[in-house]
Ligand binder design. Structure first.
Ligand SMILES: [Ca+2]
Ligand SMILES: [Ca+2]
Length: 126
């Protein structure tokens, strides 16, 4: 069975108050808990997010709203500083899929994550 879900981010003024330097997105999972997609919420085209799911009505998966300081996101080992240890974790996960080593939330490990890490190099995020 297929069904369509619409997630409408209707409180636009609230979204516009999100600081420009934070990561802000929605992650979607299916009923089995598997990652399905990431949606940027600053993109005006994505203020209304709609997709089709292949599960019965009432069995929709998790939707996770993430608003996060990019320094904390880039601190992969949660040491309080973005440094070589985090770069090593990113390199180890390079081109993998999944949350391990992911910084921008798309569950692909690549240049987008490296850019955030580089932009926050040596930042202290306590
Ligand atoms: Ca760290
Ligand atoms: Ca990523």
């Amino acid at each position: 069975m297929q069904a369509s879900i619409t997630l409408a981010l209707t409180n636009v003024p609230a979204w516009q108050m999100i600081p420009p330097d934070v990561l802000a997105y929605v992650k979607r999972y299916n009923a089995a808990g598997e990652f399905q997609g990431k949606y940027e919420i600053r993109d005006p085209a994505n203020r209304i997010i709609e997709w089709t799911v292949d599960v019965a009505v009432g069995q929709f998966g998790l939707i996770e709203l993430i608003i996060q300081d990019p320094c904390i996101a880039a601190d992969l080992d949660a040491s309080g500083t973005v440094d070589l240890a985090d770069l090593a974790m990113l390199a180890k996960a390079w081109h993998n899929r999944g949350p391990e080593g992911d910084i921008d939330g798309d569950e692909n490990i690549g240049f987008a994550d490296l850019i955030i890490l580089a932009d926050n190099w040596l930042c202290e995020c306590n």
